[in-house]
Design a protein around this ligand. Structure first.
Ligand code: AG3
Length: 282
């Protein structure tokens, strides 16, 4: 039962004429950093809610969908992912999923805003459980500059877990960054990028796909998945492979990985590829 009087947080997604709201118990944090404004709310039904510049980043209740779908299809598309790079991802939910793969020897996370991680440690501790894993390296730096500093061919999988393509994340959606990712990846390397809503952002998805093709990637695929807390409730990840194809894992490989996921599994992976969202977007 809701109290008669309650406060609401709303994300107003003006450009699409839609908003989504949560009833909130309290406003846990409000920080203005060098990059953005971060708020955390305690909601009545969705656990904690993190908001950056008015846009919802995650809730305790449904973030597993996004983090699992951004991570596992990409890692399983590589034959033996050892060196993983996360650009953004400050709440550490993606890092946690990456480290569930035993093949991974090193996972570097490059988040521009340290405060995102500090607030995640405080208000989303379940996502930060693996931050002390010896394979994890947390850097607070500019991802655009970091990628340029890498040895060519030194990474197996790059995951771009960013905000919307405005503000500090804008360059992460541009052609130059995609070319830099291509150079940093070894043969068979995979890049995956959170690519917004298949319903609302088809032009953006088409642009990401075009950038990937033009950078030299052999194959691309856009995987859709539900994400109730984001505009339209339907979200996507766009993957690309440097030399090779984007096949789901064999049953044997999936079973051997012993993942404890809540949404992702091999059939979901196959189904997400079958939706051919990339083709719809083009
Ligand atoms: N990734 C944010 C996706 C953008 C959400 N957009 C919006 N609410 N308008 C968040 C990072 C989670 N690890």
């Amino acid at each position: 039962m809701l109290p008669a009087q309650h406060d609401w947080f709303s994300e107003f997604y003006q450009s699409e004429g839609v908003a989504i709201s949560w009833t909130v118990e309290s406003h846990l944090a409000h920080e203005i950093t060098d990059y953005q404004t971060i708020d955390v709310y305690q909601t009545t039904h969705w656990g904690n809610l993190m908001v950056i510049d008015g846009f919802v980043m995650l809730t305790s209740r449904d973030n597993f969908l996004y983090h699992e779908m951004l991570t596992h299809p990409a890692l399983f598309s590589h034959p033996n992912p050892k060196r993983v790079l996360i650009i953004g991802g400050g709440d550490c939910g993606t890092l946690k999923e990456v480290l569930a793969h035993e093949s991974v020897e090193q996972c570097t996370q490059v988040e521009i805003d340290e405060q995102v991680t500090r607030l995640a440690e405080k208000f989303f501790p379940e996502l930060c459980e693996r931050n002390d894993d010896p394979r994890a390296k947390l850097l607070f730096d500019d991802g655009l500059a970091h990628i340029k500093s890498l040895e060519p061919g030194s990474v197996d999988v790059i995951i771009i877990d960013s905000t919307d393509p405005i503000g500090p994340a804008e360059g992460l959606f541009g052609p130059e960054f995609v070319k830099d990712c291509y150079a940093a990846l070894g043969p068979g390397g995979i890049m995956v990028q959170q690519s917004e809503s298949p319903l609302l952002h088809q032009a953006l998805i088409a642009g990401i796909t075009k950038n990937m093709r033009e950078a030299g990637f052999d194959e691309t695929a856009t995987l859709g998945f539900p994400q109730p807390c984001y505009p339209s409730g339907w979200w996507s990840a766009t993957m690309a492979v440097k030399e090779g194809g984007l096949a789901p894992p064999s049953e044997a490989r999936f079973t051997l990985a012993k993942l404890t996921t809540r949404y992702y599994n091999r059939e979901v992976h196959i189904g997400a590829l079958a939706t051919q969202l990339g083709r719809v977007a083009r």
